[in-house]
Structures are given as structure tokens and as C-alpha cells.
Design a binder for this molecule. Structure first.
Ligand code: ZN
Length: 479
């Protein structure tokens, strides 16, 4: 089973068949914190999370350390720990032609080798790029369920680029590419979405950062219109409010709209997943302006200007969750969760997420879940076994988590006893995706041009299922 490249092994161990009536939705909301949710629901906000809490199950979700999003979201999607899924951070490092781990890279930096590494990078002996789908060593839920005959859809999950053929749709995490490109990611236009025809059909739903309106910005920041213009003109700056706001608003709105558009075109899915990153970025930029941020020394005036950034990011995420919930039929089920919370880090003297910080949250609703149950002792490793159980599939022995049986109704458990675990689902099928080139020009282009989507869409019209149209070379020329 471990060698998926060989058809023989596949034939010897056929994939377990998926089976459920109704769609199982998985909505990932990065960084959603139990304390902030409690604060906002007490004010009557977040109606959709409140509804799940009343009619389904909710509680904290224990997480991993380090609390780095790509690692944890890969654990959620594979049921495996980082050693098993292969994502150990944000980047892929190669030194003298051999891969080194993120931990080794940080160790070398701490040993004072930052400058030698930079030199080696210039000499071409040290390389780094952002991790992507090809670095995953374990199958993710949509691959397992798709292999089991289920129809699946995925929007914006971590490391989902390049979009490879699946039994349904896949909108990769590099479709809204502006912020990603500021990190030097280069995207291959033919593989941002599967099936590629969706780029033509749904391209109009993509919102470039420069198209965020003043009205939208005003929901986040309390500033006069003339000052808001600076937020529209701003260049990307990592975790800085002015440099991030239009990117986080436009990216989440884009992916939420694309989820809607795809679900419209792909009815009767077994499994559909959506991931939104806005709340995490908003917290990195503006947690210390919140009224409850007692460790911060922000003035009342600053708090009145920017104190709504985080609450509004939560409200936006809740609204987008509501758009998925509005589609749910009585037989559909939804799990929504965050990978970690957010809070004061004593050692670092700032707000963030690290060891000992608030866990994430888990909210579940559907016919299999008890109503009004409180979730206890759940962790990020338990999501995949639980989802598989609800899709009629066994967990694997290499998944350290468990199915959250105590949340399921006695009727469901009696009708569908748990299946014995299989040894492993193995690695994903190898992809023929081309290696990703990275160069400084792309980085420059992403910093200087934003309103080029019209050109991209025109160029994207030439995208075929087989080949890219060179749509990014158009951006290069324009820049
Ligand atoms: Zn995160």
C-alpha cells in the first residue's frame, strides 16, 4: 500500500469505499480563539457559531506546538503528525542539494550562520521555496474520500497548489495570488484550479486587493474616508495592519464566493472543505487594539480607530460560515474549527500564538451529532478520524487521533458501528506538476501591481486543461 506509483499494489489493496448520505462540510477558520468568540457572542455577535453551539456540539480543540498554520492544517487534513505528513513549517530548504528540516534551518540561524546562508543562497547552494502540495507525504481527506468513490471539493486549503485532478473541484491556495507572491511564490496559471474551466466560469468572482471598497474598509477601521485611501494604496507588509487589510478582506471574500460558485456547479458532494485565513492575520495585525487586550498600551484613541479589526474579521468569517450553512440540507453535516487560538505570550511580551496559548475551537452540527453537547478532550489529530467515520471510512493505524464518538448520537453509533482501522492510506499519488521557478522579478511584480486581474482574466481565457497560457508572463511584462 505504501507504493502508490505501482498500480499492482493498488489493485492488491483496493481503497475503502466512502459512503454517506448528504455532504460533509469542513470549514477551517484560522486562529479563531475561544476567548474572543465568548466575548463577541456575549454581545450578540457571530449568529452562525451561536446556532451551532445551541443545536450541535462545541468546545476547545487542543493543538500542536509550534502552532504554525501549515503544519496544523496538514494534521487536520491528514490525521497525521508532522513527521507523517511532511509539512514542518512554511518553507522547503535545500542545502548542498539535500533537504534540511525547518528545525535545522533555525538551528543554523541561531548558530550565527545567517550571513553564510545568504551567501550560499546567492551561489545557488542553498535554496528555499514555500512548501506546496508536492511536499505532502500523506493523503488528505479529499484524496482518501475521492479514492473511495466520493465526490469532493476543496477551496484554499493550505498547500493545495498545484491543483491536481480530483473527483470534484479544487481551488488552490494560490488562486488569490497577490499576498502569496509578496513571499516570492510563483504560480502556474494552469494549475491554480481544477477543473481548469472554472477559471473562465468563475474568474469574475475573484476580487483583487485594490478593488476592496472604502465601505468594506470602514467596517474594519474607524477612520475618515480621506485616510482610508492609504489602506487601498498600501503595498503588502507582513503582519502590519495597513499592509495587510485589503489582502485579507479580498482573499477571504474571493474564496468564500468561489466556494459558493463551485458548490452551485457541483451538487451532491460527499465532502467539501473551505479554509479562510483572515481572522489569524487580523489578530497578528490588531489584537492589541481590542478592548480586552489588557497587556497592551494602546491609547483609547488608537483603540477606537482599530479596535474593531479583529471583531470584524470574526464577523466576516461567521458570515462566510453562514453562507455554507445556508446550503445545508437536513442530511448534511458541518465541522468548523480553528488550528489554534490567540493570546498574550508572556515570554515574548506580545500577543500571538505559541506554546501554552489558547487552544483552537471545534463546532459540529448535523444529524449524527448530539444537540447542545460540550466538546472536551478533542484535539486537531481527532478531526480526520471523525470525518472518515462520518463518511463511512475507517481511520488508519498511523493516525494518532481518535473519532470523537462521545459527540455522536446513540442512533448513529448503533446503526453504523466503527470500522476496524486499516494500516495506512499511504502517500498521495505522484503528480506530474512542473517544478516551481522562483525569482525576484515575480516578487517585484506582486509588490507593484495589483489591479491587473482584468489582464489575467483575459490571458486566463487561453488556459486549457493541458497547458498554461503564460498568463503570468503577461503580468511580468506589464510590471
Ligand atoms: Zn493558524
Amino acid at each position: 500500500m505504501s507504493d502508490n506509483a505501482s498500480g499492482q499494489t493498488e489493485a492488491a489493496a483496493p481503497a475503502p469505499r466512502a459512503g454517506r448520505t448528504g455532504t460533509l462540510y469542513l470549514v477551517g477558520l484560522d486562529g479563531l480563539s475561544p476567548a474572543v468568540i465568548a466575548e463577541l457572542t456575549a454581545l450578540g455577535d457571530l449568529p452562525n457559531l451561536r446556532r451551532i453551539a445551541e443545536q450541535g456540539c462545541h468546545g476547545d480543540l487542543a493543538t500542536l506546538f509550534p502552532t504554525e498554520s501549515p503544519i496544523i492544517w496538514s494534521t487536520i487534513a491528514t490525521g497525521r503528525l508532522p513527521d507523517g505528513h511532511g509539512v514542518d513549517g512554511f518553507q522547503h530548504f535545500t542545502l548542498f542539494g539535500r533537504r534540511i528540516s525547518t528545525k535545522t534551518f533555525h538551528r543554523l540561524k541561531h548558530l550565527g550562520l545567517k550571513r553564510p546562508l545568504r551567501l550560499l543562497e546567492r551561489m545557488g547552494l542553498f535554496h528555499r521555496r514555500l512548501l506546496d502540495m508536492r511536499d505532502l507525504k500523506a493523503k488528505r481527506l479529499w484524496e482518501i474520500i475521492g479514492d473511495g468513490g466520493g465526490r469532493v471539493g476543496v477551496v484554499n486549503w493550505w498547500n493545495s497548489w498545484p491543483a491536481v485532478p480530483i473527483n470534484g473541484f479544487l481551488v488552490s491556495s494560490r488562486l488569490h495570488y497577490w499576498r502569496a507572491m509578496a513571499f516570492g511564490q510563483m504560480t502556474d496559471a494552469s494549475r491554480v484550479i481544477w477543473p481548469p474551466r472554472l477559471l473562465k466560469e468563475l474568474g469574475g468572482l475573484i476580487i483583487p486587493p485594490d478593488h476592496v471598497t472604502l465601505e468594506e474598509l470602514q467596517r474594519f477601521v474607524n477612520l475618515p474616508e480621506e485616510k482610508l485611501g492609504k489602506f487601498i494604496d498600501a503595498k503588502f507588509v507582513h503582519h502590519q495592519l495597513r499592509g495587510e487589510l485589503k489582502f485579507l478582506i479580498s482573499a477571504d471574500r474571493t474564496y468564500s464566493q468561489l466556494m459558493d460558485g463551485c458548490l452551485e456547479r457541483f451538487p451532491d458532494l460527499t465532502f467539501a472543505a473551505l479554509y479562510l485565513r483572515g481572522p489569524d492575520i487580523a489578530q497578528h495585525c490588531a489584537f492589541d487594539y481590542m478592548p480586552s487586550a489588557t497587556h497592551s498600551e494602546r491609547s483609547p484613541e488608537e483603540r477606537s480607530r482599530f479596535g474593531q479589526v479583529v471583531p470584524q474579521a470574526y464577523r466576516q468569517a461567521d458570515e462566510m460560515l453562514g453562507r455554507v450553512m445556508a446550503r445545508m440540507k437536513p442530511s448534511d453535516t458541518l465541522l468548523t474549527m480553528s488550528d489554534h487560538g490567540f493570546g498574550w505570550m508572556e515570554k515574548r511580551g506580545k500577543y500571538g500564538h505559541a506554546r501554552g496559548n489558547p487552544p483552537g475551537v471545534l463546532y459540529c452540527i448535523g444529524p449524527e451529532f448530539k444537540a447542545g453537547a460540550r466538546i472536551e478532550n478533542a484535539g486537531v489529530c481527532d478531526i480526520a478520524p471523525t470525518v472518515l467515520r462520518l463518511c463511512g471510512l475507517p481511520a488508519a493505524q498511523d493516525m494518532p487521533g481518535r473519532c470523537l464518538e462521545e459527540l455522536l448520537t446513540p442512533e448513529f453509533r448503533a446503526a453504523r458501528p466503527p470500522l476496524p482501522r486499516i494500516p495506512t492510506y499511504g502517500p498521495p499519488r505522484p503528480t506530474a506538476a512542473r517544478p516551481m521557478a522562483e525569482n525576484r522579478q515575480w516578487r517585484k511584480a506582486s509588490r507593484t501591481t495589483c489591479a491587473r486581474w482584468d489582464i489575467l482574466i483575459d490571458a486566463g481565457k487561453g488556459v486549457t486543461e493541458e497547458k498554461g497560457s503564460g498568463y503570468f508572463s503577461v503580468v511580468g511584462k506589464v510590471a
